[in-house]
Design a binder for this molecule. Structure first.
Ligand code: XLS
Ligand code: NI
Ligand code: NI
Length: 438
């Protein structure tokens, strides 16, 4: 059964093409920076948005049919597998990501949920082999159900902690079974509404405890992939514990988790934290924790996670600059944690949205590589810090000079007038020339 009959496999046609059902910039086999675009970008489909989100919002019901012809929850779950793989195959997407709850209905009990998953996972496995498609990462949805109203690992109630642990164990089993190299923790309800009822230290300790259990369990099963934390400052809780990349690094080091965990940076979460996407990526990179990316974009005018498909090419360029500087993806990739707008409700929109996102990242990759090749920006930054190469600067770096020596040195200087320009506009013009010049 074909679910997207009207659409054929999406091909690369080049920038001149007016066929919107083609890639104009993403040419999977073209080499950029020593690797094919396909290897550099490692695109992934998000199961939840693509096969689940039906346009429901706070003020209205769904505008899209995401049942894929299923008459029962299990039939729908099965059809989603076939529809999802048909979609990925037509898009030329080689990876996907899931929450446990995206794959199968929860049923009436945990046992039933696990039984349902056991029925669906073999079908996924078979489709993965058929299409040569891989799992980028798995995760457990420990935030939707009312039992998680006060948190999962950070719930004050031990039974809830145990339930979350059970979900995570099963999600890890599936992740390992499907051969992924990534497992994500996004703490949807791990945060607080008011400190008046919250023991923050206790909750953070427990959050770390559950992560440690996950690492121990997965390693004992031979899992050698990465664990990721996905920072987000707010939504759904008022204050999420994984606020931003820097906060998460501090958490990981406090609890000795930094060897097993890296970061999964989402563009829209950076926006909510009032950081740029590239800021969050750079924090991850300079801390040796660059892992994976949730590719989407937010809206500067709105205060929530709009999860739009990324089309801002400046943003994809600065993102890919960070990815290239980090040496590229290893176990991670670019997961489209993005959904078509509520008004873009046809199956065609799904394809058009992914094409837009993939082409925008292809442009970003090409631009980022050009910026590095051009070299003027890197040279400028290098030059800017060159006073630390020799003389007193080198003494500071090598630990030869302390406050006493620096004081003696400064007294000998006379006036220090700093008239070195930071050249921001010049640098921004270089970027524009590279992006839009011929
Ligand atoms: C929500 C998050 C979520 C994670 C996976 O804002 O982005 O979708 O990526 O649980
Ligand atoms: Ni995300
Ligand atoms: Ni998000």
């Amino acid at each position: 059964m074909e679910f997207f009959e009207s659409i054929k496999k999406i091909q690369y046609e080049g920038a001149q093409s007016k066929n919107m059902y083609s890639f104009r910039h993403y040419n999977p086999d073209e080499i950029i920076g020593g690797k094919t675009m396909k290897e550099q970008l490692k695109f992934a489909m998000s199961w939840w948005h693509t096969l689940g989100a039906d346009g429901t919002d706070m003020f209205g019901s769904g505008t899209m049919d995401k049942t894929f012809g299923g008459k029962t929850p299990m039939e729908t779950a099965k059809n989603k597998v076939y529809a999802g793989f048909e979609f990925m195959n037509k898009m030329g997407i080689e990876y996907f990501c899931f929450h446990d709850k995206d794959l199968a209905p929860e049923g009436e009990s945990l046992a039933e949920f696990q039984k349902n998953l056991d029925e669906i996972v073999p079908i996924i496995k078979e489709q993965m082999q058929k299409y040569n498609i891989k799992l980028l990462w798995g995760t457990a949805n420990c935030f939707n159900h009312p039992r998680y109203v006060h948190g999962a690992a950070t719930s004050p109630y031990a039974d809830v902690f145990a339930y979350a642990a059970a979900q995570i164990k099963k999600a890890l089993d599936i992740t390992i079974e499907l051969g992924a190299k990534g497992y994500v923790f996004w703490g949807g309800r791990e945060g607080y509404e008011t400190l008046l009822n919250t023991d923050m230290k206790f909750e953070l300790d427990n959050m770390a405890r559950l992560m440690k259990m996950a690492v121990e369990y997965a390693r004992s099963k031979g899992y050698d992939g990465d664990f990721y934390i996905e920072p987000k400052p707010k939504e759904p809780t008022k204050h999420q514990y994984d606020f931003d990349a820097a906060t998460v690094m501090n958490f990981l080091r406090t609890y000795g988790l930094e060897k097993d965990f890296k970061l999964n940076i989402e563009a829209n979460h950076a926006t909510l934290a009032k950081h740029t996407f590239e800021h969050e990526l750079q924090i991850a990179r300079i801390n040796g924790a660059f892992g994976s990316i949730d590719a989407n974009q937010g809206d500067e005018h709105l205060g929530w996670d709009t999860d739009q498909f990324p089309t801002n090419v400046y943003s994809t360029t600065y993102c890919m600059l960070e990815v290239l500087r980090a040496g590229g993806f290893t176990n991670g990739g670019l997961n489209f944690d993005a959904k078509s707008r509520r008004g873009s409700m046809t199956p065609e929109d799904l394809f058009l949205s992914y094409i837009a996102g993939m082409d925008s990242f292809a442009l970003g990759l090409k631009n980022a590589y050009k910026i590095i090749e051009d070299g003027r920006i890197d040279d400028f930054v290098k030059q800017r810090y060159s006073s630390y190469k020799d003389g007193i600067g080198a003494d500071i770096i090598n630990g030869k000079a302390g406050l006493k020596e620096l004081s003696d040195y400064a007294l000998s200087l006379g006036k220090v007038d700093n008239k070195e320009s930071a050249r921001q506009e010049y640098l921004e013009s270089i970027v524009n020339d590279i992006l839009f010049g011929k």
